[in-house]
Every structure is written in structure tokens, then in C-alpha cells.
Design a protein around this ligand. Structure first.
Ligand code: ADP
Ligand code: MG
Length: 238
């Protein structure tokens, strides 16, 4: 079942075209990676799905509803940013609870969801700390936890591992794959890193110059690249 579809979506900032006629469908439960070099439009595309950027032309549908009829808060998606975007004055627990309190969930329900997510991410001992008292990796877990408690229909990740050191990047990547297996939720994941794309994706959307170069499974993209650009970018053999 289609969870999110884009139909000929385009966008310009001023006179600069940054998204050019993009159509794609993300199915329910699918892990889709937007892979492309810096400036290829990955973040803009993700932000459009989240409702943080407007669309100039074309259509976006989320769970069968046209995006014009859905405010960002009604989209049932949770975004995890590269820089974590935690509230510095709040504890971990408060950071995770904030979005739920805002939609009027009872304190007991909020508490239960926060505890459950903290257990899942093995960070129960961090709940009373503030972001300044956490390592980069721990901050990223909090950002992921804050998305999990919303029980969203889809997770949107924007280069979530790029500020972590190499060892932690691998560990967190494996954990994200496990999280996806366990929650069976739809995930859209933006990266410029071929290894992340190859290891995480059910399907990869290769972006370049504001356009889609190819959509396919990791094996398709690697073994049957649709263009020289794709072959070079993913390091295809031959
Ligand atoms: P990526 O995430 O792939 O690096 P982005 O989606 O951030 O790419 O950016 C795509 C293009 O849009 C870039 O050329 C960038 O400079 C431009 N861009 C992004 N946001 C804005 C903005 N708010 N105003 C003007 N140009 C922007
Ligand atoms: Mg980006």
C-alpha cells in the first residue's frame, strides 16, 4: 500500500530550480533511501514530505490524503535531524515528552511511551540528564527516541549519522536497521553515503542535480546503474 507519493513535484528557491519533476511512491513499511551528493535536493524533498517546505507544482499524498489538506502536525511523520535539534533547557525525558504533551496526551500515557522508547534504545539511565551532559551519540539516540514516542506512520531521517564518529556510525546504523525490522514502520532516510544506502535500503532513490537518476533496489542500482553518474557514485564494477 502506498504510504507517501509524489507526483511530478517541482520547486524553485527564487529563480533556482531545486526539485525538478520528481515522482515516486513509498510503500507502507518500506525503507527508502534518498542518496545523492550535497546540493542534490535531498533535504528539500524530505522537508516537503514533512510539510516544512511548500511545493510549487505537482502533488504530494500522504496516506491517501493530499498534502494541501494536511498541516505539518497532521501528517503523522516524525523527522530526525542531523544536528539533533534538542531543546537545551529540557531534560531527555522532557525533550521526548514535549511533542506528546502538545497534542494533549495524558501524563501517564506520555510517561509510558517515553519509558518504552528509552528501554528500546537502552538509554533509561539518561532520562534526567540535559543535552549538554550527553555525548553526540547519546544526543542522536534522544532525537530518535523523540521520533519513536510519536508512533509515527513514517520516520524521516536527514543524514542522522553524519555527526557521529566512524565506530558509532556503524553501531547506530545497525540499530536503525533493527528498529525498522521491529517496528515495521515506513522510513525515508537521506544520505550522501553509499554504504549507508546499500546496507539500509529496500529501495534507493538516486538524486543528482534536483532530478531522480534511478530508483531501484541496492543490487539494481549497483549492478545495473541507469547512468554514468549512478555508476560512479555508487562505485559499480566495470
Ligand atoms: P541536499 O540535502 O541534497 O544537500 P538541499 O535540499 O539542502 O540539498 O539543497 C538543494 C539546493 O537548494 C541547494 O542548491 C541549496 O543551496 C538550495 N536551497 C536549499 N534550501 C534553500 C533555501 N531555503 N533558500 C535558497 N536555496 C536553498
Ligand atoms: Mg541535506
Amino acid at each position: 500500500m502506498a504510504q507517501i507519493s509524489l507526483d511530478s513535484v517541482s520547486k524553485s528557491f527564487g529563480s533556482v530550480n531545486v526539485i525538478n519533476d520528481i515522482s515516486l511512491t513509498v510503500n507502507s513499511g518500506e525503507f527508502v533511501v534518498f542518496l545523492g551528493p550535497s546540493g542534490s535536493g535531498k533535504s528539500t524533498l524530505l522537508r516537503m514530505i514533512a510539510g516544512l517546505e511548500t511545493i510549487d507544482t505537482g502533488g504530494l499524498t500522504i496516506g491517501e490524503v493530499r498534502s494541501e489538506r494536511l498541516a505539518p502536525g497532521q501528517r503523522n511523520v516524525a523527522m530526525v535531524f542531523q544536528n539533533y535539534a534538542l531543546y537545551p533547557h529540557m531534560t531527555v525525558k522532557e525533550n521526548m515528552a514535549f511533542g506528546l504533551r502538545n497534542i494533549g496526551m495524558s501524563a501517564a500515557d506520555v510517561d509510558q511511551r517515553v519509558k518504552e522508547a528509552a528501554r528500546m534504545l537502552e538509554m533509561e539511565e539518561l532520562l534526567d540528564r540535559r543535552p549538554a551532559q550527553l555525548s553526540g551519540g547519546q544526543r542522536q539516540r534522544v532525537a530518535i527516541g523523540r521520533a519513536i514516542v510519536k508512533e509515527p506512520k513514517a520516520f524521516l531521517f536527514d543524514e542522522p549519522l553524519s555527526n557521529l564518529d566512524a565506530a558509532l556510525r556503524v553501531r547506530t546504523r545497525v540499530e536503525l536497521a533493527e528498529l525498522h525490522n521491529r517496528m515495521k514502520s515506513t522510513m525515508i532516510y537521506v544520505t550522501h553515503d553509499q554504504t549507508e544506502a546499500m546496507t539500509l535500503a529496500d529501495r534507493i532513490v538516486v538524486l543528482n542535480n534536483c532530478r531522480i537518476e534511478q530508483i531501484g533496489t541496492p543490487m539494481d542500482v549497483y549492478l545495473k546503474p541507469a547512468s554514468r553518474f549512478v555508476a560512479g557514485f555508487v562505485g559499480s564494477p566495470g
